[in-house]
Structure formats: structure tokens, C-alpha cells
Design a protein around this ligand. Structure first.
Ligand code: NAD
Length: 502
């Protein structure tokens, strides 16, 4: 059992080193100019509680200016040749790749995650988004259609076709859990489609968003095509979501904020896509390969300290293998080394903030008070208060909050089942429908269950498999619209129908 917390190792890159030593002063990007805010906010290294940067808390005027800059830049960017947009996206990918070590260190300081998560999973995923959508910029296609309209003038023919046109000014509002890749999932298809953007990163992770914007500028993006406003969601996020000159909001975050965004969009009937929360089931069938399933199920919840929208947070394990799987999962949880993300031996870092750790801890203590058993972890570690030990909760009732609500931390609820049809009903008994995984050696079970589960993504013998080519998003209250994959282009393109008498 690992109860020590590893100390940080000093970062290597100049920017991360500087922020590690004393707080950086950051500015936001509006119309190609870097601007201070009248008020500022602090970014805190959650592992140490130290301030690593101060950044602007954008005012309503700042948001107005950013939207106006995006509006002014729109006609020019929309008119660029697809090949020009593709080349820009490829340059962005190359620049991000050259700076990958620095970005990973900044992400660790800003968000808390271990270096390997940013360096080998999240940031390569972000780079892949720009490369994938560079191709999509050059593959925007309408259709030719033969209509059946029978009242055209005698001797004439009808022809019809569709054009795809960029939606306009996009507000991209993103959360803190995997901010670099989630930002790339919005920016890359929006830029490929010819849209201009106002990006609003989360309060806890504005440092990497601003550095990303600096690197993207280096790729030669015209002024105003990408603007970044930082600050409080309740002010700058809300103003942006309600802004009458924003055409579309591309949002990733909690279901509660998603609802607020939908309300705010009503004024000018913005297009809205919502990537929201989840409570994703993981079903282990009696014929599963347990050497694969036990570490796989543990990783599905403990990767990035469970701060993953698709985290497999509800495990359903067949009664015939329940004890063995529970014991295996507890052993996996107990072996996870906690520490500062800048220590290469760290497997799991702190949660993003003391507030988030408090929230997660209260879910666990409430479950305990309601009679659930804590099979592993359950406690907070360290003085900063942001470390939560990998936790496994069993003996739960399906109506308990810990079974129904998104915890967004390293907390797995394990339930036993006897009947495969009944477990599908249990898995679907949720307001969410983001993702699920099925662990089985049976082709028949794999196919049958993957159709029966209500979710935007179903993984078989794996979990959290992201790729730039694979659409990701939810059903039910996990939202609507898809990021990633060809489907994401639909978020940023309108259809125009042209019909002609010839
Ligand atoms: P959040 O909803 O609190 O915040 C997300 C963003 O919205 C932040 O930038 C925030 O400043 C902004 N915001 C807050 N209030 C706003 C308002 N009234 N108007 C406009 N913007 C506002 O979410 P979070 O805590 O940052 O992130 C965690 C949540 O994100 C979890 O629920 C998680 O499941 C979800 N998430 C979903 C996906 C997905 O693809 N479905 C991916 C990652 C995270």
C-alpha cells in the first residue's frame, strides 16, 4: 500500500521552471493583441497550493471585444482556400509537437496530472486533432440532388445541389480535466470549416490555454481568427454564451452548466453542441479475460484521477467472479503511487483543486454513512488536501447518490449481478449516456450488449479509447453533438440548398 506522496522534480522547460519558481503574469488574446484584464485570477498548483500564474478575469467589455474581433475576421478566414486552412492546421500540429514537453510540464503545474498523462496521451491526442481536421478542411463536400418537383416551366430542367458553409463565430467553452485535447477538439474542426473562435478555458486551467494560443499564433493565423478570454464562468462564460453576435456555442463541461448554456442560447437561437457529464457503466461478464479486465477496469476509473468524462465509474461484475475481481481491483488501487505530477514515478496526481477534492471526499463519506463499504482508499492524503486515494466502494444500493451522480474523481462503485439482461437494465438506469465498456470473450455478448447499452461510445475489452477519427459524445443528459471524427465537421458547417431551373 502506497501512502507516501512523492515530491516534485524541478521542471526542465524555461516557462514551466519560471512558473514553478514564481507566478507568471499572463494576458488574454483579443484581435491579435495580448491584453491585461482590469481584474485578475490565480492559477494554483493543486499539489502544493502555490500560485503559479495570474491571468485576466475578463469583463463584459473584453468579451464584447473578442466577439467583435472574431466577427471582423470571419469573412476573410471563411474565404481562404481549404488548402490554406489545412496547411495552417498542419503547422499548428508541428508547433505543438515541438513544444510538447513544455506543454506537458505546464499542464502538470496547472492541472495536477502526472507528466506521462499529458506527454503521452493528452497532448499527442490534441496534435492528432489538428492533423485529422487538416484533411477534413479539404474534404468539405455538398451533394448534387435530382428533385422530383413537377411544376418547372415546360422544356426546362431542374437541378439542385447543396453547399456547406461555415457557421460563423464560435464560442468554445471547455473544462479543466483534459483542457489541451478538449480545446483542440473544438478548435481544429472549427478552423477547418472556416469559422472564427472565442475560446473560454476553465478557471483552473487557463495557463495552458494561453500558451496554446501563443503557439497557434506562431502558425500564422490571421488576427482575430482565434481569441481567448479567461475568467469566471459565471461572468465571461455566461456573457459569451448569451452574446447576440455568437453563432454557435461548442461546450464541454458539466450537465448543469450545459443547461445554463442552452438557456443562454435562446436570444439569437445559437447552434449549440453539448459534451456533458457521465456515469459510465463497466460490465464484466463471467467469461471475461480477468488478466485484461482487472487492470483495464482499474485504469478506466483511476486514469487522470478519475477526472475523465467517460471514466468507468460503475462496475457491474458477475456474481461468479465478483470476489476475485473485487480483490484484484482493490490490489490495483492500493498499488497506485500518489505524488506531484512532476515526479516521473507518480501514477496519480492530486485532484485539480481543493474544492474538487472536498466534493469527491464528501461523496465517499456520504456513501459510507448510508451503509456502503469502502474496499480500498476512501481517505484524503497530505497537507494541501487535494490528494484522494484511489477508492473502491461496494455494498451499495442502486438509489444511492454515489451510484447515480457523477463524482469526477478516483472513486469506483462495484455492484454484483446474476443475470445479463438485468445488468443491461441496471447499466441503462441513469440519466447519463456518455460511454460504457463490456469485458467478455464472447463475440455474441459483445455485439448484443453494445447495441443494448444507451451510450455515445461502447468499448469492448478496453475503455477510454480516444482517437481523432472516432466520434465522441453522449446521449440522454450527456449531451448532443459529436466531437472528433468526420461527424464533428457538422458542428461547424451549415447546409445551403441551391435549386435551379435551367
Ligand atoms: P463546468 O461546467 O463547471 O465548466 C466548464 C466550463 O464552463 C468552464 O470553462 C467554466 O468556466 C464555464 N462555465 C461555468 N459556468 C458557466 C456559465 N453559466 N455560462 C457559460 N460558461 C460557464 O465543468 P468543469 O467542472 O470544468 O468540468 C467537469 C465536467 O465536464 C464534468 O461534468 C465532465 O463530465 C464534463 N466533461 C465532459 C466531456 C465530454 O466529452 N462529454 C469531456 C470532459 C469533461
Amino acid at each position: 500500500m502506497t501512502l507516501t506522496i512523492l515530491e516534485p522534480v524541478a521542471p526542465q522547460s524555461a516557462r514551466a521552471k519560471a512558473a514553478f519558481d514564481s507566478p507568471a503574469s499572463l494576458r488574454m488574446l483579443i484581435g491579435g493583441a495580448w491584453r491585461d484584464g482590469a481584474e485578475t485570477m490565480e492559477s494554483i498548483d493543486p499539489a502544493t497550493g502555490r500560485v503559479i500564474a495570474r491571468f485576466p478575469d475578463a469583463s463584459e467589455q473584453d468579451v464584447d471585444d473578442a466577439v467583435a474581433a472574431a466577427r471582423a475576421a470571419f469573412p476573410g478566414w471563411a474565404a481562404t482556400l481549404p488548402a490554406e486552412r489545412a496547411a495552417t492546421l498542419l503547422r499548428i500540429a508541428d508547433i505543438l509537437e515541438r513544444n510538447i514537453d513544455e506543454l506537458a510540464e505546464l499542464e502538470t503545474l496547472d492541472q495536477g496530472k502526472p507528466l506521462y498523462v499529458g506527454r503521452w496521451a493528452e497532448i499527442p491526442g490534441a496534435i492528432a486533432q489538428f492533423r485529422f481536421f487538416a484533411g477534413q478542411a479539404m474534404a468539405i463536400e455538398g451533394r448534387t440532388i435530382t428533385p422530383s418537383i413537377n411544376y418547372q416551366p415546360a422544356g426546362k430542367q431542374m437541378a439542385a445541389w447543396t453547399l456547406r458553409e461555415p457557421v460563423g463565430v464560435v464560442a468554445a467553452i471547455v473544462p479543466w480535466n483534459s483542457p489541451i485535447v478538449l480545446t483542440a477538439m473544438k478548435l481544429a474542426p472549427a478552423l477547418a470549416a472556416g469559422c472564427t473562435i472565442v475560446l473560454k478555458p476553465a478557471e483552473d486551467t487557463s495557463v495552458t490555454a494561453l500558451r496554446m494560443a501563443e503557439l497557434i499564433e506562431e502558425a500564422g493565423l490571421p488576427a482575430g481568427v482565434l481569441n481567448v478570454v479567461t475568467g469566471r464562468g459565471a461572468r465571461c462564460g455566461a456573457v459569451l454564451a448569451a452574446h447576440p453576435d455568437v453563432d454557435k456555442v461548442a461546450f464541454t463541461g458539466s450537465t448543469a452548466t450545459g443547461r445554463a448554456i442552452l438557456d443562454a442560447s435562446k436570444g439569437n437561437l445559437k447552434r449549440v453542441t453539448l459534451e456533458l457529464g457521465g456515469k459510465s457503466p463497466v460490465i464484466v461478464l463471467p467469461d471475461a479475460d480477468l488478466d485484461l479486465a482487472i487492470p483495464g477496469v482499474a485504469n478506466a476509473i483511476f486514469f487522470n484521477a478519475g477526472q475523465v468524462c467517460v471514466a468507468g465509474s460503475r462496475a457491474y461484475v458477475h456474481a461468479s467472479i465478483y470476489d476475485r475481481v473485487l480483490e484484484g481491483l482493490a490490489a490495483q488501487a492500493g498499488a497506485i503511487q500518489l505524488g506531484h505530477g512532476l515526479n516521473p514515478a507518480t501514477h496519480m496526481g492530486p485532484l485539480v483543486s481543493a474544492r474538487q477534492a472536498e466534493r469527491v471526499a464528501s461523496f465517499v463519506s456520504d456513501a459510507q454513512q448510508q451503509g456502503a463499504s469502502i474496499v480500498a482508499g476512501g481517505q484524503r492524503l497530505g497537507d494541501a488536501g487535494t490528494y484522494i486515494r484511489p477508492t473502491i466502494v461496494a455494498d451499495v444500493d442502486p438509489d444511492m447518490t454515489i451510484v447515480r451522480d457523477e463524482v469526477f474523481g478516483p472513486v469506483l462503485v462495484v455492484q454484483r449481478y446474476d443475470d445479463i439482461d438485468a445488468v443491461v437494465a441496471s447499466a441503462n438506469d441513469s440519466v447519463y449516456g456518455l460511454a460504457a465498456s463490456i469485458w467478455t470473450e464472447s463475440l455474441s455478448h459483445a455485439h448484443r450488449l453494445s447495441r443494448a447499452i444507451q451510450a455515445g461510445s461502447v468499448w469492448i475489452n478496453c475503455h477510454s479509447m480516444y482517437d481523432a477519427s472516432l466520434p465522441i459524445g453522449g446521449v440522454k443528459q450527456s449531451g448532443f453533438g459529436r466531437d472528433s471524427g468526420i461527424a464533428a465537421m457538422d458542428n461547424y458547417l451549415e447546409w445551403k440548398t441551391v435549386c435551379a431551373v435551367l
